[in-house]
Ligand binder design. Structure first.
Ligand code: NAD
Length: 471
């Protein structure tokens, strides 16, 4: 039986391996992690991450051919194929701080693989890494082991949180990069055979190592760029009376552009877009391409601008002061159908409003009070000025209440902000909310999910991103 081990039981490692186990019952898959609490959660009824369909897949395979363990060395040592899906955050200190990827976890995983390996292995980069990382990993592995043949493959993950299981079951493509040597080609074939159990072979793209590594960074940069492009146009819509929905539709019907990913919003978030663009910026700078680096930097600048524009709109609409006013925040996760709050725009928006001395009442169906309070009291890392960490003032956090219900959060509020596009928010009883809010009652729709015409009829003053203001 082929044995696969995945180092890192996070948002990528867990779901990816669960789907491999589901589709390849003849492969034994073990996901290992140094975090005991994460592994305990994977082995329990309460999985450590929320992802539609995940529980079902895990239940079908766990204990049969899918295992979660903290015994990292044992399972890595026994595996034929080792996926590495550890976190690769942005460096916060030292050379490249604020931009470069921190490969500390990756390097320690690679050294451990070299230490415990007694037989030849395929080592698969699942984490998103800078282009040329495989070269460094090859050096670490070969210099730290005796006569063992390691083949490094790059197999970046393109799943999106919230639709991870669907994306893994029917991926647009699977990308495998490897060395163009006979051993490299054999390794590519071996991994290709795993995916070919459910992915059509024409959707499995094989490239050289550096193309695969760079493709992942480029794909995320293109996706984020689309969001920043539409958000930049949304600012112009607000200034001119154009409507971003009409503009996006008109632009997106051009088949060269296409309609997807053209929704204006309060900005993108998540653990990947900003981190991967910064990583790309750093690689461009290291390769003597400052103009290219600046080009990509602006994608993040526009995103930051969109978040601060939203905060300014809230404050200026409420007669230029939010001080002492209750503002309900509906949605804290970076997108719907996930409990992930990494780099969520809600953090910056809430911090901006707390800086204006507003009182916040927050509700998200998947994010706990502890989690929200932790996010809001954590120092903000400023990628543009990495030396500056802005600590949250201890008094500001006292201005935050986390509620378990949207109606409770909006009671007596002066304003209501939608920051995540949860489906349940579209079905709220807005008449009831209006009855319980202060007058005038403001709605700031950071995701353009509500029917502004209907809400205005009730009596709300509504701001939607990139749309004409209240008549
Ligand atoms: P994560 O933080 O959820 O999970 C990483 C896990 O690795 C953690 O549980 C950590 O404890 C574990 N780990 C770190 N060092 C380890 C070691 N030496 N041994 C064992 N376990 C170790 O991260 P994630 O969101 O799953 O992302 C993982 C990688 O995949 C990142 O490079 C990310 O950029 C990339 N990625 C993420 C997504 C996404 O949507 N989250 C999508 C595509 C790619």
């Amino acid at each position: 039986m082929v044995k696969i081990c995945c180092i890192g039981a996070g948002y990528v490692g867990g779901p990816t391996m669960a789907v491999i186990a589901l589709k390849c019952p003849f492969i034994e898959v073990t996901v290992v992690d140094i975090s005991v609490s994460r592994i305990d959660a994977w082995n329990s009824e309460q999985l450590p991450i929320y992802e539609p369909g995940l529980e079902d897949v895990v239940k079908q395979c766990r204990g049969k051919n899918l295992f979660f363990s903290c015994d990292v060395e044992k399972h890595v040592g026994e595996a034929d194929i080792v996926f590495v899906s550890v976190n690769t955050p942005t460096k916060t200190q030292g050379l490249g701080a604020g931009k470069a990827a921190d490969l500390t976890y990756w390097e320690s995983a690679a050294r451990m693989i070299a230490d415990v390996s007694k037989s030849d292995k395929i080592v698969v980069e699942k984490s998103t890494v800078p282009v040329k990382t495989a070269e460094a990993i090859e050096k670490i592995l070969t210099h730290n082991s005796d006569g063992i043949n390691f083949q490094i493959l790059s197999n970046p993950e393109f799943l999106a949180e919230g639709t991870a299981i669907q994306d893994l079951l029917t991926p647009n493509r699977v990308l495998i990069g490897g060395r163009e040597t006979p051993e490299g080609i054999k390794a590519i074939e071996k991994l290709k055979n795993v995916y070919a159990n459910w992915v059509p072979v024409e959707s499995i793209l094989c490239t050289n190592l550096w193309s695969a590594e760079l493709s992942k960074l480029a794909a995320n940069a293109f996706l984020a760029q689309r969001i920043s492009s539409v958000n930049a146009i949304s600012a112009l819509c607000e200034a001119t009376g154009a409507d971003i929905s009409e503009v996006s539709h008109s632009v997106g019907t051009d088949t060269r552009i296409g309609p997807k990913f053209l929704n204006a919003s309060v900005g993108f978030g998540g653990s990947c877009f900003q981190k991967d663009i910064l990583n790309l910026v750093y690689i461009c700078e290291c390769n003597g391409l400052p103009e290219v680096a600046n080009y990509w930097k602006h994608i993040i600048r526009i995103n930051d601008y969109q978040k601060s524009r939203f905060v300014n709109r809230v404050v200026s609409s409420m007669f230029n002061t939010a001080s002492g006013k209750k503002i309900a925040i509906l949605g804290f996760a970076f997108k719907k159908d996930t409990g992930d709050t990494r780099e969520t725009p809600a953090i910056d928006v809430c911090k901006g409003l707390l800086g204006e001395k507003a009182n916040l009442s927050i509700y998200d169906p998947q994010v706990s009070a502890d989690h929200i309070e932790r996010d809001l009291s954590t120092e903000k890392f400023d990628w543009d000025h990495p030396a500056h960490l802005q600590p949250m003032s201890p008094t500001a956090i006292k201005q935050v209440r986390v509620e378990w219900d949207a109606y409770e959060a909006t009671k007596d509020a002066h304003g209501l902000c939608f920051l995540t596009e949860w489906d349940e928010f579209k079905k709220l009883d807005f008449q009831r909310i209006y009855n319980d809010m202060q007058r005038p009652s403001f709605v700031f729709d950071g995701r353009n999910i509500v029917d502004a015409v209907k809400l205005r009829r009730i009596g709300f003053i509504v701001y939607s991103v990139g749309k004409p203001l209240d008549p």
